[in-house]
Design a protein around this ligand. Structure first.
Ligand SMILES: Nc1ncnc2c1ncn2[C@@H]1O[C@H](COP(=O)(O)OP(=O)(O)O)[C@@H](O)[C@H]1O
Ligand SMILES: CC(=O)OP(=O)(O)O
Ligand SMILES: [Mg+2]
Length: 405
């Protein structure tokens, strides 16, 4: 049986998943998403960070967790991929690889849906690296490595931007002179694979009589954004030209007064590179708390700075939910997902408390237990916790494009 391997590369982490590529009789992407049987899922973290040990978590289809000594020897992305490919090839009873799928964060104006990659595509996508410096180079490196080593295995790119490609023009435009807009200086939106997954999964959990026209999904992970979905289509998002706009994140500032950036350059004498490092790597939860970018650490800290960072984080989310509700003309369902959205009950509680005016009311017991449905019975808006699965969307794109069986 053919298998599909998926990579989701971050700046210091590399997630992968291996699926059985079962052919679906319907042949559409909906059935592909559900037909995929997960064989293994794993996660390297700490890659390339000086002094940090690589941690690896490998989970089999059965839910059983494995520790694999040979994979622990990785200390950068390339090592991790080399060791993983060798382990896959030598596994007893392993299938043949029908395709490899990758999360690519920025697809720019040209890539509006997943593609089977050519060398020219990789060159084109490389030109977008400055628009996603934390992500694009790490997404493209495994593609280049695997294309060189396994030229016979097709590789597919699934884009974070694709889900937002058909947003109304008014949601995409910046109030800039037309010639800049024409050059592609527009809002693209990110985390689209996660939103696509939630959008396709929500109907499975929603009661059939529930209103679902106007949905806001809060993807709160290392990066964080919100998406407004109207009748299954993205109509607005908090991230724009780059993955820096919108909410405060682990180490990213989110939206700022653009005048502040000018001030940093003109009055503080900072270079473009220094401003970039400040806004991408030293701000957000880390900058405000001065302690950590990791929400788990902040939630357990007694320091007032940790509390201040959490308060600001939640306040920004609640304000942006108001903005997206305006774009939707109201709100029927609110979904929390990704690391913080799925696990940080206190964050959900604080955000929900600031959205009461929209008709959001939590059941605090369901909320602290990370239940799927966390709204109180008299809440006008449905509130959900749904674990996201970007890898499954990538694998389903592979299956649809490659028809690998
Ligand atoms: N149990 C938990 N409680 C609170 N926060 C958590 C928990 N588990 C993970 N997180 C937070 O989730 C964030 C990472 O989210 P994740 O979706 O895994 O990120 P990414 O995929 O972008 O690397 C971190 O801030 C981490 O602290
Ligand atoms: C686009 C983005 O911010 O991704 P991540 O949350 O994985 O950093
Ligand atoms: Mg992520």
């Amino acid at each position: 049986m053919n298998e599909i391997l998926v990579f989701n590369s971050g700046s210091s982490s590399l997630k992968f998943a291996l699926y059985a590529a079962a052919k679906t009789p319907e042949g559409n992407s909906e059935s592909a998403l559900k037909a995929l049987a997960l064989h293994y899922r794993g996660h390297f973290s700490g890659l390339g960070t000086r002094g940090a040990a690589v941690t690896l978590k490998l989970v089999a289809e059965s839910g059983e967790e494995y520790a694999l000594d040979e994979l622990h020897a990785a200390d950068n992305h390339e090592d991790a991929i080399t060791l993983l490919m060798a382990w896959l090839a030598n596994r007893e009873g392993g299938g043949t690889l029908g395709g490899i799928g990758h999360r690519v964060v920025h697809g720019g104006q040209r890539y509006r849906e997943a593609v089977v990659l050519s060398a020219d595509d990789v060159d084109e996508l490389e030109t977008l690296s400055s628009l996603a410096p934390l992500h694009q180079p790490h997404c493209l490196a495994p593609i280049k490595l695997l294309m060189a080593r396994y030229p016979e295995v097709p590789q597919v790119a699934s884009f974070d931007t694709a889900f937002h490609a058909d947003q109304p023009w008014v949601a995409k435009q910046f109030a800039l002179p037309r010639e800049l807009t024409a050059k592609g200086l527009i809002r693209y939106g990110f985390h689209g694979l996660s939103y696509d997954y939630i959008n396709r999964t929500l109907p499975d959990v929603l009661p059939s009589d529930a209103a679902s026209e106007r949905v806001i999904v809060a993807h709160l992970g290392n990066g964080a954004s919100l998406c407004a979905i109207h009748n299954g289509k993205s109509v607005a998002s908090t991230m724009g030209f780059t993955a820096l706009e919108g909410l405060a994140m682990g180490t990213r500032s989110g939206s700022l007064d653009p005048g502040l950036v000018l001030h940093l350059i003109e009055q503080e004498g900072m270079s473009a590179q220094e401003v970039s490092t400040l806004l991408y790597k030293q701000s957000g939860l880390l900058g405000v708390s001065g302690i950590s970018s990791d929400m788990r650490e902040l939630l357990t800290s007694d320091a007032p700075e940790a509390q201040e960072a959490i308060d600001l984080y939640c306040y920004r989310i609640a304000r942006e939910i108001g903005s997206l509700a305006a774009a939707l003309g109201g709100l029927d369902q609110l979904v929390f997902t990704a690391g913080i959205g799925e696990h940080a009950a206190r964050v959900r509680e604080k955000v929900a408390a600031q959205c009461e005016w929209l008709g959001v009311q939590l059941d605090s017991d369901a909320n602290v237990r990370d239940k799927t449905w966390i709204a109180s019975l008299d809440s006008r808006v449905g509130v959900w916790v749904i674990p996201t699965d970007e890898e499954r969307v990538i694998a389903s794109d592979c299956l649809t494009l490659l028809d690998a069986d």
